[in-house]
Design a protein around this ligand. Structure first.
Ligand SMILES: *Cc1c(COP(=O)(O)O)cnc(C)c1O
Length: 492
């Protein structure tokens, strides 16, 4: 299997596509075809998470040996997840919540970022890359910590994360600054996320700097969500959820389910679409947005238009106006027309919008788009708690609300899996505000205790361990000094 750029001018083996991340022509790598699952569902149902992950990933990462791939999977999905199932599925009310937040940073980014470092270092070895791999990432909060945890102490790598000094939540900042490991570096920028992001992009585009680093045995890479090494591991848990329903006798083999996903960059829901295309019996993919509802508008008008106000919401990981991974779906619905995809993406870059044709829009029929306002999100947290005593985070609440709206509108009551992307402890201010407004605004530690009491759930280790954790990182710089700072770090 080879990987082809959505813009047509780059083609690589799976391991090279992982190493490169982004294609040389600016496009995203796509497998030449979406492989069909060759094992019957009843056979897959016997497997544990790791075995299932191996059997799915081997269809995509065809130049990895069985031994290499199994080792990556085993190193990723181990005791750093605090639930033996890795992704427990919980029935609450009439929906099935797939808890993707049992990893080290209690958000779903851990599902991919705990395996990416191993895929990347294995890919480097396979391709004779001798350099030390240095991961550069700009983060607005969640990705940074998940990437730090993923790459921490992985031999042959270092990771440098830049974050806006005053642009992340206190919990997110503390999570990053207390990260252990000898190969992790965290830098606060006196600027906003866009400046951090531009600074990182500039470093990546500096060919002379790339050469200097190469001479010193260093190769820069990124842990960005468009890497196929992040996309493919996300297919696994949708299979896992289906098989769990099958094993519990809630569905029969072949029955179709719905999947609802709180969406930002379109990576998580695209993985569910891949699962469907591989043969998993899925009816609708319910794409849930917050008030930044650019995707909802796209599904209802066939026009993607980022020219609009940007809202800061209580589900910040979905505050996105350019959903990068949508380019892969566009490529598929245009019949893998790289020229057409390039034109649409050029239009997005130039004027901030593009429109697809009616016959292309037919390719979107698997999707249902919806959105939740801030008020609806807060009310959903309350409603789910009142109905079943279950506490969900703000992102999950967006999907939960949109699912209910879908069900009312269509009368479709088949089993529906809701991707639960973060622990409520990660966004506890907003969750407490919905459930117990008189406690909102309290000190973070008091809120954590209160939430644990309300939810009847133990405080996750990721939160508890922050309490007495020493601050281990204190580098700060202006956006202009990012490259110099990176050089100083690499000289250590
Ligand atoms: C990143 C993230 C999302 C959005 O996922 P995409 O793959 O970008 O669509 C949703 N919820 C949480 C908690 C996240 O961290």
């Amino acid at each position: 299997m080879e990987y082809i750029s959505t813009r047509g001018n780059d083609k690589r083996t799976p391991s090279m596509a992982i190493l490169k991340g982004l294609a040389a022509d600016g496009g995203l790598f796509m497998p030449e075809y979406i492989p069909k699952m060759d094992i019957p569902l009843s056979g897959l149902a016997e497997m544990d998470y790791r075995e299932l992950a191996y059997n799915i990933l081997k269809l995509y990462l065809t130049d990895f040996t069985e031994e290499e791939l199994r080792e990556c999977v085993n190193k990723a999905y181990d005791s750093k997840f605090d639930d033996k199932a890795i992704v427990p599925l919980k029935k609450k009310g009439d929906a099935y919540y797939l808890e993707l937040f049992h990893g080290p940073t209690i958000a779903f980014k851990d599902m991919a970022l705990s395996i990416l470092p191993w895929l990347l270092t294995t890919a480097a070895k396979k391709n004779g890359v001798k350099e030390r791999i240095v991961i550069l990432t700009a983060t607005s909060g969640d990705t940074g910590k998940a990437a730090l945890e993923g790459f921490k102490d992985v031999p042959g790598t270092s990771i440098v994360v830049f974050y806006p000094k005053d642009g992340v939540s206190p919990v997110q900042e503390k999570q990053m600054l207390t990260t252990g490991g000898e190969n992790t570096f965290v830098v606060g920028i006196y600027g906003n996320f866009d400046e951090a992001q531009s600074g990182v992009k500039e470093i990546f585009n500096d060919k002379a700097f790339e050469k200097t680093l190469k001479d010193r045995g260093i190769l820069l890479s990124s842990a960005n969500s468009i890497n196929i090494g992040r996309l493919t591991p996300q297919i696994v848990y949708y299979y896992y959820a289906y098989l769990d329903l099958l094993k519990k006798g809630i569905i029969k083999e072949g029955d179709r389910i719905n999947i609802a996903v709180p969406t930002g960059n379109f990576g998580n829901i695209l993985a569910a679409y891949f699962a469907k295309e591989m043969g998993l019996p899925v009816n609708k993919l319910i794409c849930a947005s917050n008030e930044n509802k650019v995707l909802y508008d796209f599904f209802s008008t066939d026009i993607y238009d980022r020219n609009r106000d940007f809202f800061v919401t209580t589900s910040p990981s979905m505050d996105i106006l350019i959903s990068s991974n949508l380019e892969r779906l566009i490529y598929l619905i245009t019949g893998r027309d790289a020229e057409k995809t390039s034109d649409l993406m050029k239009s997005l870059a130039d004027i901030g919008r593009y429109e697809i044709l009616p016959k292309e829009a037919e390719g979107l029929e698997s999707f249902y788009g919806g959105f939740a306002s801030e008020k609806e999100t807060e009310e959903e947290i309350r409603k789910v708690f009142d109905d079943s005593g279950y506490v969900i985070d703000t992102h999950t609440a967006v999907a939960s609300f949109v699912y209910r709206k879908y069900k009312e509108e269509t009368g479709d009551d088949r089993p529906t899996v809701i991707a639960s992307t973060a622990s409520p402890f990660k966004f506890q201010q907003s969750v407490i505000k919905a459930l117990s407004p008189e406690d909102a605004g309290d000190d973070e530690e008091i809120l954590t205790d209160r939430l644990s009491e309300i939810a009847k759930v133990d405080i996750p280790y990721a939160v508890l361990s922050l309490r007495n954790a020493p601050i281990r990182h204190d580098i700060k710089c202006s956006p202009e000094e990012m490259k110099e700072t990176l050089i100083r770090i690499l000289e250590k």
